[in-house]
Design a binder for this molecule. Structure first.
Ligand SMILES: [Fe+2]
Length: 295
């Protein structure tokens, strides 16, 4: 029997329908918001500006602008144009590439090499490899090394170079292995001592303190470190930060942005690509731009 004005059962049935409709609409809205955020996080590139001020920065490097690109993971496609436009807009003096140019799960070396070639046209590039670059077949890494050589990209494989600007010089170090490796130790053993200002490129942010300790032992303490690898923690929780990073586990100490330790600073990029089939949430792609300022 159907309900009517004399039948309260009809009213409760209508209330039930309204409740179900509200729940349905809430679920649809939530799914739409989650979908929109997934699209934003996995397509949008945030440019974040940093300023690093120190009395130790050689005068000729005042106002030098560094663009850091990390964890490209051979993204490729039309995305490259958007990414490279954002980098060009910054008019960088230097571009630092901090590892994982290739992706070892969805390896696409032509895409990685095409990106290297294009980015090298914007400004002088300096590169360290990441774990994915070492996990691809050795011939593929060889091809990327060759591409860097042909396009004038300086690859810092556990070594250092000198940057010169307006008559000033500073030391730029690049390490690509973990602290227990002999190559890592070799870098510190051969590090030029007593350097006034040192910039360090290293894929793994969890090695920050180790880099500071080892470089300080040679009186060439790293002043400014650029790192990546953590992909922002993949999911960024409000007030908490990244959820998970390889090498650091859940709630990583270093996942994105600026970290200070004594007089030294590390900038961690959230990266511009995804590893394998992972997706980001509340964690868009990220280019770090750092301007040096003499105090
Ligand atoms: Fe990565």
């Amino acid at each position: 029997m159907h309900g009517n004005e004399f039948n309260p059962g009809g009213l409760s049935s209508q209330k039930g329908n309204n409740r179900r409709r509200r729940i349905f609409i809430t679920i649809v809205v939530l799914l739409a918001l989650i979908g929109a955020e997934l699209l934003r996080s996995n397509m949008y590139i945030q440019v974040e500006e940093f300023e690093y001020m120190s009395k130790d920065i050689p005068k000729g490097f005042n106002d030098a602008k560094i663009v850091q690109i990390s964890d490209y993971h051979n993204h490729g496609g039309s995305y490259d144009e958007k990414l490279l436009d954002k980098v060009s807009e910054q008019k960088p003096d230097y571009i630092f590439l901090t590892g994982d140019i290739a992706d070892s799960v969805r390896t696409d070396i032509p895409a990685a090499n095409a990106f290297l070639e294009k980015v090298s046209k914007i400004a002088p590039c300096y590169l360290v490899w990441g774990n994915h670059d070492f996990d691809i077949p050795s011939d593929d890494l060889k091809s990327m090394r060759e591409c860097c050589k042909q396009n004038g990209i300086t690859v810092l494989e556990d070594t250092y170079t000198t940057l010169e600007r307006n008559g000033s010089k500073l030391m730029l170090c690049g390490t690509d292995t973990s602290p227990d490796s002999a190559r890592w130790q070799h870098t510190f053993d051969t590090l030029l001592p007593n350097q006034k200002f040192v910039i360090w490129l290293h894929h793994y942010p969890e090695d920050f303190e180790e880099i500071l300790n080892q470089s300080a032992a040679k009186s060439s303490k790293a002043d400014l470190v650029f790192s990546g690898h953590a992909h922002g923690g993949l999911i960024r929780l409000p007030f908490i930060g990244g959820l998970y990073a390889p090498g650091q586990g859940f709630f990583p100490k270093y996942s994105a942005g600026r970290y200070n330790s004594g007089d030294s600073t590390m900038i961690v990029s959230r990266g511009v690509g995804n590893s394998g089939y992972t997706l980001r949430f509340l964690d868009s792609f990220h280019i770090a731009v750092c301007t040096l300022k003499c105090a």
